[in-house]
Design a protein around this ligand. Structure first.
Ligand SMILES: [Zn+2]
Length: 64
């Protein structure tokens, strides 16, 4: 028999996740949970686009 289903628990929200092709974010249930675990989710929230932070002097340095 080849229809074994492996269920893992999402490390972030502890939801059951089927370990298979249909779960690209395994062992996480979703990309969101993966990002949370990596600490990138909070980082993304913090990273509010600020135009003042963009320094155009570096981008256009070739035209000095
Ligand atoms: Zn999850």
């Amino acid at each position: 028999m080849n229809n074994e289903t492996t269920i893992v628990k999402c490390p972030t929200c502890h939801k059951p996740v089927v370990w298979g092709e249909q779960s690209p974010w395994r062992p996480f249930c979703s990309k969101r949970c993966q990002l949370i675990d990596l600490g990138e989710w909070a980082d993304e929230e913090k990273r509010i686009p600020s135009k003042e932070e963009i320094s155009d002097s570096e981008e256009w340095s070739e035209d000095r």
